[in-house]
Design a protein around this ligand. Structure first.
Ligand code: ADP
Ligand code: MG
Length: 633
């Protein structure tokens, strides 16, 4: 090997976002300071997992130290705390990339989402993968010594920073593979350099970690600490493993407490809030795998981002393979977190190979079923928790019937809606609730689509349904157009948009069919000309003068918008205008002789109907001119 002159010590600036983050973290997470230890242990465990994975193809990486372990040492006099691992380690470039920048794209988003609420913000730290920097909550300076597996002992790296804008980095001769992180604790954080405290924190937060976490073994009773103790005893303390160090999912479910399941969830999800439910299953037979799936209680920041991290942690025979294996669950279940440990996939499996492997498909089907079972159980047994779930993920679940027609009926049963019978704005009605209270013989489930649930609630089309006491689903989310395009039936009843022209409403027996004064409809038709397909008397209006309805082949405007956003242009047809002859405006129209005034009123009726449906007037300036003319006359 050629002896290249080692690069000298260098002082480098943190990326701007890191500076902001450090500042915020140190100032806003004060009351949750102990999270730093979990973050450092979690990184050390990840490093051990990565080593095991890379060593599959490079066994020499193990050198003569194949047993993974994490050690925590401390010196209460000097106020130092050290977390070291014999994992993969980092090269100089990796140190600069990992400990000087925030590699993930979500940083700006992270900073935006900080609330000032410490509990809440602590939760975000894990999610955004900024765990290492949490060391600065308790440390006035941090020193990292590391050597990457496969590199020469001379290629170690020393990184030091006080967390204030810059760090220094220098070469280091480092015999031991892996990473050692030494914190010089702040004066008011001296409590962490304490055996009892550390043991407690490890047991509480890192018990499930699949790598042994060790603390120095306490000196046995009566053992002298005096001059005559052998010198080596100080240099190499005996270590004691304090966590249970077995991958949690490999243990029998009957031996795992709820508390352990919850802690493990935090580890896999980086979410600090407790999960709502979980399902842990071992499958033996043609395929062999263990899965542990969780339903989170709140949405991660990247739930709606295209490149958001989703999917399970994948292990093959307990060897960590990858994070974010998204092949094992459909997109509409992308909020599910957890672990899959398979015995059937090859250890060298890549994302591409996963897609081609037949085991992937079978496991995906089975896990989809498990996840739906778990959601169903929550809905049945814990309605209040289910409401929390629905608020966080309902809009995602609504993608289900379109993506997974085979499970459409099951998913439909899980849907919750804000309807004309809801308490306020809550999405508190299921389709089963709807059917239970529907009039006997009714063969439809009625809904109205709008920009928001609020706008849906205002729709003039609802008037006759209100009058007759028929429940209508108020659909105001973007995904609803997608949902109704794919969900056509539930329990034998068909879904019906109440703005459809062919609304199947029987006339009430005691109710005379409304009729317009002779010639009025024809005059309206003539005045509106090309602007409308046709004009007709409405059965659905009670209070409003007019509304637009949709012909049989016409897409609703929300779906048209969705298609447009996805690059498909869908021509819109001309609208059908329905009018309410009982309304004062129509009575006035019937008596208006002056043609110009009649035209103005007719156009206002049409544009009003558009506005009430949440659309723009077709000719806004013209509309304003006509309204003003009417107001002034
Ligand atoms: P995350 O763990 O979510 O990626 P962190 O801020 O905790 O974010 O760590 C940043 C990166 O620094 C890690 O992804 C890893 O590459 C590197 N790193 C941190 N600690 C260690 C360690 N003990 N050994 C090897 N690499 C580490
Ligand atoms: Mg981390």
């Amino acid at each position: 090997m050629t002896d290249s002159p080692a690069a000298p010590e260098q002082t480098l600036g943190f990326q701007t976002e890191v500076k902001q983050l450090l500042h915020l973290m140190v100032h806003s997470l004060y009351s949750n300071r102990e999270i730093f230890l979990r973050e450092l242990i979690s990184n050390a465990a990840d490093a051990c997992d990565k080593l095991r994975f890379e060593a599959l193809s490079q066994p020499a990486y193990y050198e003569d130290d194949p047993e993974p372990r994490i050690r925590i040492d401390f010196d209460s006099e000097a106020r130092t705390l050290t977390v070291s691992d014999n994992g993969i380690g980092m090269s100089r470039d990796e140190v600069i990339a990992n400990l000087g920048t925030i590699a993930r794209s979500g940083t700006a988003e992270f900073l935006r989402q900080l609330t000032g609420d410490q509990q809440q913000d602590a939760r975000l730290i894990g999610q955004f993968g900024v765990g290492f920097y949490s060391a600065f909550i308790v440390a006035e300076s941090v020193e990292v010594r590391t050597r990457r597996a496969g590199l020469d002992a001379s290629e170690g790296v020393r990184w030091v920073s006080a967390g204030e804008g810059e760090y220094t980095i220098a070469p280091l001769a480092q015999a031991a593979r892996g990473t050692e992180i030494r914190l010089q604790l702040k004066e008011d954080a001296a409590e962490f350099a304490d055996a009892f405290r550390l043991r407690h924190l490890v047991r509480t937060y890192s018990d499930h970690i699949g790598v042994p976490v060790q603390l120095p073994k306490p000196a046995a009773e009566g053992e002298s600490e005096g001059e005559d103790a052998p010198a080596e005893a100080d240099a190499t303390p005996a270590w004691e493993t304090v966590n249970s160090a077995s991958a949690l999912w490999t243990r029998p479910a009957s031996e795992i407490s709820d508390e352990e399941y919850r802690e493990f969830y935090k580890h896999v999800s980086h979410d600090w809030q407790a999960p709502l439910a979980w399902t842990h299953n071992k499958v033996e037979g043609k395929l062999e795998y263990t899965s542990l799936l969780y339903l989170p209680a709140s949405a991660p920041f990247d739930l709606w981002q295209r490149d958001g991290v989703r999917g399970l942690k994948l292990y093959v025979q307990r060897v960590f393979i990858m994070d974010g294996a998204e092949q094992f669950l459909p997109m509409y279940l992308r909020f599910v977190k957890g672990v899959l440990d398979s015995a059937d996939l090859p250890l060298n499996v890549s994302r591409e190979l996963l897609q081609q492997n037949p085991a992937t498909d079978s496991i995906r089907k089975a896990l989809t079923k498990r996840a739906l079972d778990t959601i169903e159980r929550l809905a049945k047994q814990e309605p209040a928790q289910y409401a929390t779930f629905w608020t966080a993920f309902g809009a995602v679940l609504k993608e289900g019937p379109g993506e997974d027609p085979a499970n459409a009926e099951r998913i439909a049963r899980l849907l919750r809606f804000n309807t004309t019978r809801s308490e306020g704005e809550a999405a508190d009605r299921s389709l089963d609730d709807y059917l239970r209270e529907a009039p006997a013989g009714e063969s439809h489930i009625y809904y109205v689509l709008a920009e928001t649930a609020q706008a849906a609630r205002q729709s003039p089309h609802l008037e006759v349904f209100r009058q007759r006491g028929i429940e209508v689903l108020l659909l105001g989310e973007r995904v609803d157009a997608w949902l109704t395009a794919h969900l056509h039936e539930y329990e034998g009843k068909t879904f019906k948009d109440i703005t459809d022209a062919d609304l199947p409403l029987e006339a009430d027996e005691d109710e005379a069919s409304p009729a317009a004064p002779e010639g009025l409809i024809e005059r309206l038709q003539a005045a509106l000309g090309e602007r409308v397909e046709s004009v007709r008397v409405s059965r659905r209006l009670v209070e409003s003068p007019s509304c637009l309805v949709r012909g049989a082949d016409e897409l609703n405007p929300q779906l048209r918008e969705l298609l447009k956003a996805s690059g498909q242009e869908v021509p819109g047809g001309k609208p059908l205008l329905e009018v309410n002859p009982e309304h004062a405006l129509l009575r006035r129209l019937a008596q208006t002789e002056d043609e110009a005034a009649f035209d103005d009123l007719a156009v206002v009726l049409l544009e009003q109907a558009r506005l009430a449906a949440g659309e723009q007037p077709a000719e806004p300036a013209e509309f304003v001119r006509r309204v003003n003319r009417l107001l002034a006359s």
